[in-house]
Design a protein around this ligand. Sequence first.
Ligand code: ASP
Ligand code: MG
Length: 427
Amino acid sequence: MKVFKFGGASVKDASAVKNIASILRNYAPKQLVVVVSAMGKTTNALEKVLHAWFNNDENLQQLLNDVITYHQQVIADLFPDKNHLVYFKTDLLFGELEGHLCTPPTPNFDFEYDQVVSFGELISTTIVSEYLVSQGFNCQWFDVRNLIRTDDTWRDAGVDWVVTTEQVTKALTPFLNSNSPETHIALTQGFIGATGSGHTTTLGREGSDYSAAILSHVLNATEMTVWKDVPGVLNADPKFFQNTTLINHISYREAIELTYYGASVIHPKTIKPLQNKSIPLKVRSFVSPASPGTTISAATSEDDAIPSIILKSNQVLLSFSPRDFSFIAEENLSQIFSALAASGIRVNMMQVSAISFSICMDENERKMEKLTALLGEKFAYRYNTGLQLITVRHYDQLTISRLLDGRQLIVEQRSRSTAQFAVLEKS
Ligand code: ASP
Ligand code: MG
């Protein structure tokens, strides 16, 4: 049994959906779970709808219509028969979404976010599943809200593994194991789940990889594959670098390190459920599906084969020094760390000297205000904005020289495997 995950770009229009059918024709094992994200940029579009709804914005109807017509175009391109059931099913979903937006929202923004934004996945999976059935696949649509149980941390829901295991096993196993000769495809939504009281939740942006990992873990899959618009895990983001190299094989540990420093190729939460059961993760290209892509597994032998580069923009360097000139020692540090935690700040790099402590963090005014309010009495602080953080795993001098050429370096830090540089953003 394998799990395939298809992200937004792989279902962005009718020809993309047709391409999925051809991948499944060539690469589907006999038992397969397919996890699908919202189409193209639908999640962003639904976020706009949500903001318009909360702000009583007159563009609400227009923004909603844009989402609906985008999907209607995909449907029209895939299903020439206007009486096909898919028209009825998706109209129901559009109507449900429209109905939800007819009355004013409750004050709980994060709750409403999950209720609205989740429609992207419900709509996309309905379309893809109907298309696969129309092409002769033995495909069944499952509502993941009956499979993945979460708590009610809206927009970042935590998984209840016990109930999820029970629900997934009960619902999916009979279908996947049923006794017909052809491939069995259980198709479901990424990114969403539900609470015990049946309210829809989401697992965090780009969370569909995590959904696929949850299902892989629970079903003891032999392998999980994420199909992407890049050839696999590259040593740098092709959006920013012309010459990138495909990494054939890395360990779970290295993959976690890369995502920790900001590599966006897979969602950071994806690895743990797979690692815990030694399920290999493949990252492959839906553009050239015959290529092997990258395998992420327990083997570590190729981890340091080439330097990997990760860029994080919109960084701030914040430095604290005790007003009484005391050393930065354990007591000061513990105060600083609890203030960081209380402000919800993630530290991307830190540096300690005798009387100063510096961190690099994502720019976020609200969090910075909270932090400086907590620490300002005891510590003087300074900050630099407009920075970029460059992280190089398995660095060599040539790579570093190239990256820093012409850049103004503010802080640097090196360990044996990782070098980090906070530099001024290119103007
Ligand atoms: N559709 C969701 C998002 O764009 C989840 C995902 O694509 O993984 O964040
Ligand atoms: Mg996506």
